[in-house]
Design a protein around this ligand. Structure first.
Ligand code: TYM
Length: 354
């Protein structure tokens, strides 16, 4: 049976959050349950260097990396399963060689146009920029992660779609230029991908906005407090209109599709019936906003509690040692898959190892 290669990564830049769980991790776990999938999941520690290249970041990152291996397991991924590899990006040095070759196929203008770099462009004009070259070439390394093992499918949240699109373009361009079908064109998971908004403000939920972020390790009390204080208005870029509007005025009927709390319910619900209950309650004005937030907090506490319990069990079983063993073993196996492919590409492009 030819298995589908599923590939994705997470940066070790802080404790994982609800955005990572809903946008990525829960898909990782589901996909790994199907033996027709061969799942290659990694911790993108080289990508983390684009925003932290100093001794303090180096030490923090190594600790976080082990924690993320344990979080993968706590979320339900079984690293003993035959169809799962869980490794560190840095265990595959050949990926950096491939990134170099792909950087000779990618153009500067397409990299400068990527959204992750957009906010840096203004700073570049004024000469006040501190963005590293690594941040500019970040998507090329990501393309190498994907194309190295010739992945079929890349499950990621909406914020990473543009990067996967670049990997697809580079694969096509390379194949055309060399007149071969060397790279498979990787697919995204169907649908637009999920973008979990932060609890506050305009951004997506992310590690850089702690007040608006629900960490996988937050206590039930902290989750309840954060959700109580959550904004209801959607971030403008998630609102279908130009500017977001107030979704509910006092106990008037509300507009659930304009409400951040409803959106979070919809993303976290287990069934359409649960989602409908919230939607109708809001629309009819029978579900008060305070109660709606309370229900959301309960939903998220129920989702995170088993993960936190499992993580505590793993810690008690000598978690970090276990994580290191997995990284060593799986890193070797992943490298054995990726290195021969990179070698073949080196030969094809005229730079064999003499
Ligand atoms: P990272 O570490 O920022 O995020 C890891 C995964 O979590 C998803 N995610 C979200 N999804 C929905 N809503 C959010 N608020 C949210 N925040 C994070 C991300 O979309 C991602 O799927 N560059 C990648 C790591 C990477 C990678 C790769 C991924 C490196 N190489 C190759 C796929 C394939 C990153 O920084 O993800």
């Amino acid at each position: 049976m030819e298995q589908r290669v599923i590939l994705s990564g997470i940066r070790p830049t802080g404790i994982l959050h609800l955005g990572n769980l809903l946008g990525a991790m829960r898909h990782f776990v589901e996909l790994a349950k199907d033996p027709k999938n061969f799942c290659m999941y990694f911790i993108a520690n080289q990508h983390a260097q684009t925003t932290g290249m100093d001794p303090v970041s180096a030490a923090e990152m190594q600790k976080e990396l082990l924690g993320i291996v344990l979080d993968f397991m706590a979320c339900g991924l079984d690293p003993n399963s035959d169809n799962v590899l869980l490794y560190a990006q840095s265990s595959i040095p050949e990926t950096s060689e491939l990134a170099w070759m792909l950087s000779c196929v990618a153009t500067v203008s397409e990299l400068m146009g990527m959204h992750h770099f957009a906010e840096k462009r203004e700073a570049l004009k004024t000469g006040s920029d501190t963005a590293s070259t690594g941040l500019l070439t970040y998507p090329v390394l990501m393309a190498a992660d994907i194309l190295g093992p010739n992945a079929h499918l890349v499950p990621v949240g909406a914020d990473q779609h543009e990067h996967v699109e670049l990997a697809r373009s580079l694969a096509r361009r390379f194949n055309n230029r060399f007149g071969v079908e060397h790279f498979r064109i990787p697919e995204l998971l169907e649908g637009p991908g999920i973008r979990v908004p932060g609890l506050k403000g305009q951004g997506k939920m992310g590690k850089s906005e702690p007040k608006g972020t629900l960490s996988l390790h937050d206590s039930p009390d902290l989750i309840r407090t954060k959700i109580k204080k959550a904004d209801k208005r959607l971030p403008d870029n998630l609102s279908t209109g130009e500017k977001s509007i107030e979704p509910r005025i006092e106990d008037q009927p509300g507009i659930p599709e304009k409400c951040r709390v409803y959106l979070l319910h919809a993303l976290a619900c287990n069934s359409a019936a649960e989602e409908m209950e919230i939607q109708f309650g809001c629309r009819r004005g029978t579900l008060r906003c305070g109660d709606c937030k309370h229900m959301l907090a309960n939903r998220i506490v129920d989702m995170l509690t088993p993960i936190q319990e499992r993580r505590r069990e793993l810690n008690a079983q000598g978690g970090e040692k276990l994580a290191l063993e997995i990284l060593h073993e799986h890193g070797k196996r992943a490298r054995a898959i990726i290195a021969p492919n990179v070698q073949a590409i080196k030969e094809l492009t005229g730079i064999p190892t003499y």
